[in-house]
Every structure is written in C-alpha cells, then in structure tokens.
Design a protein around this ligand. Structure first.
Ligand code: FPP
Length: 321
C-alpha cells in the first residue's frame, strides 16, 4: 500500500465480484539496472523497456524514441460489445475494460510516456445510461482505485482527473482524492481519468472562468487570446494530445477534448477496449510515427521553400484576374 495514509472515507472494500486486481506485476528488484535509461522527453522518468513483454519489445524496437508522443488520449469504447459477443452482461465488459486500463497504463509508464488521458465516464454516460449501469461504473471505479494503487506506486504513475468530478457520488470523490494524493509525488506517467467529462461543458466552464477573470481585471473581450482559453481548461497543466486512439471502430470524437485535439493525430482500431493491451498502444504509436504532422503548413517533403514566389501561381492569378 502507498506510504501516505488513506484519506477520506475509504469504505470497507469492494465485493469480490467487483475486484479488478490483476496478477502481480514484475518484481522490480529483479530488473537489471543497466537497462534503465533516462527518457529524453521526460528526464525525471526512467524507461523500463526491460519490463515490456517480448512482443512489446519487438514493436518498441521499431519506434524512434526521440519521436514518441508526449501525450496520448484514448476513447475506450466497446466494453458492451465485448460482453455481448460472449453472451455476457455488459458490466462484465466494463470489468474487463478496467483491466485493460491498468495494463495499458503500465506499458505507457515503461516507455516513459509523460501523459495518458483516458475517457472513463462521460457526462452523457452519466445522464443517458441506466442508473444500474452508472452505479456499477461508480463502484468499479472505486474498486479499481483501491485495488491498483500499489501498482500505480510500483510504476511511478501519478493520478489526476478531469471533468465535473464534483457531481460524482461523495464516496467516489473521496476515493479519487485518496489515489491522487497517494500518487502526487510520483514522477512518471500522469494518468488522467476523464470522469463525468464532456468537451463542451469543459469549454463552458473555461469561458465562465475566463469571463469572471476578465470582469475582475476590467479587461475588454477583444483582448482574449487562445492562450487565455487554454489557461482555463481542465487540461491547462498538460500539453495537447499528440495522438488520440479510439477503440471499437467508431469514427467519432464523442465530445472528448474538443479544444485540445485541434492538431491531434487520430488512430481508430476495430479492436474492442477489453482486448486492447500495451502492445496495441505501441502499434498505434508506430502508426503515429509514420504520419507527417503539418499543423496547417506545408509538409517536410514539400519542394517549395516558405516565402518562395511561385511564378506559375502568380501568372495564374493574372490570367484569372
Ligand atoms: C464504453 O463502453 C466505455 C465506457 C462506458 C467507459 C470506459 C469504462 C471503462 C474502461 C471501465 C472502467 C474504467 C475505470 C477507469 C475503472 P460501452 O459500454 O460504450 O461499449 P459499447 O459501445 O460496446 O456498448
């Protein structure tokens, strides 16, 4: 258990059917120190490549370490379908999905990924799913945090949350605060769970905050910059995602990080979330590294230098004009 004492109401523990505890992770004391290198992106973190599975290491070997994304966001979809394909109840799909959360987080921490942000519970889930499913997801979250805190500590993972989390049940908020406090001093991957989160409501909250600040400082609206809006987002402390992964094949953003994904590369896989593992994260990163990011400019392969006058285009303008 974490060295920090439990804070808030921790309850008497989850019922056995809710446990999302996984088999013990690798014994860190047995790891060869010589394989531990500093991450260039995140110097205070250490790479633990030797802890990847052989299959993961084979994919990792194809990656360019200097071009790893800084921030990966994931829309975890397909828990219900995973269960349906096996004639199981939906809640078993969510339970299996929670195992994927932990395994993917651990792979992220081993490769020194600084930021991992998972869409765990949307505002729409809260409003539109049957109460029984919402209640189950809340109990699962509590159980997940309780069961996996030690693994978060072992993997040097820091836990944070974004969303209207103050609307979640108090006992869930207590458990969330307990896990965030216990992991606050960890220096590896920051795992952010988006809970009771909606991209539009995040923007509403940001604009409210900004409007209050402007009123307080007597500033005129035409002074507002993109940076001002960024400062009031839930994600103000982190870089925008470089890569957004969505499982189960849907081509939608589903109200996730709407402002932040302006220039994010999107990777959609047919794989359902409960079947998604660390190796699939690495495969998505390999695909990301084959992309050319342009941010609205010309690609590296463009023959024309910026500022160069294109005579053909000039002539065309004259002819057309
Ligand atoms: C979508 O499945 C997934 C969610 C409702 C959110 C993700 C939840 C988890 C991974 C489980 C718990 C997470 C934590 C952090 C403990 P869906 O029900 O929409 O699947 P479907 O589209 O196939 O019906």
């Amino acid at each position: 258990m974490a060295s920090s004492p439990p804070i808030g109401r921790t309850g008497s523990g989850p019922p056995p059917c809710l446990s999302v505890e996984l088999a013990p992770g690798p014994d860190l004391k047995k790891c060869r120190k010589s394989n531990i290198e500093a991450s260039s992106l995140y110097p205070s973190a250490t790479l633990r490549i030797h802890e990847l599975t052989a299959e993961e290491r084979a994919v990792y070997a194809t990656l360019k370490p200097e071009r790893l994304p800084e921030h990966v966001a994931i829309i975890m979809d397909g828990n219900g379908r995973w269960a349906g394909h096996r004639s199981l109840k939906r809640f078993l799909g969510h339970q299996q999905g929670a195992k994927s959360v932990q395994l993917v987080t651990e792979t992220a921490s081993r490769i020194g990924l600084p930021w991992l942000t998972l869409y765990a519970f949307s505002l729409e889930n809260n409003l539109r799913r049957p109460r029984a499913e919402v209640n189950f997801l809340m109990r699962l979250l509590k159980s997940y945090l309780e069961s996996n805190l030690q693994r978060m500590m072992d993997n040097n993972v820091r836990m944070r949350y974004i969303g209207r989390t103050h609307e979640l049940p108090p006992e869930v908020q207590d458990k969330m605060a307990w896990a965030a406090d216990a992991t606050a001093r960890n220096t590896g991957t920051t795992l952010t769970l988006a809970l009771n989160y909606g991209g539009r409501s995040e923007l509403v909250d940001a604009f409210r905050g900004l409007a209050a600040e402007m009123k307080h400082k007597h500033l005129s609206p035409d002074r507002i910059t993109e940076e001002d809006i960024h400062r009031h987002l839930y994600t103000a402390h982190m870089p925008d995602p470089d890569l957004l992964i969505r499982t189960s094949g849907e081509m939608r953003l589903s109200n996730y990080l709407l402002w932040q994904v302006a220039y994010t590369e999107i990777f959609v896989t047919e794989r359902l979330w409960p079947d998604f593992r660390g190796i699939h994260l690495l495969e998505a990163i390999a695909d990301f590294q084959r992309r050319e990011r342009r941010y609205g400019g010309l690609g590296e392969g463009s023959a024309e230098a910026p500022g160069e006058v294109d005579e053909e285009a000039e002539r065309f303008k004259i002819a057309a004009g």
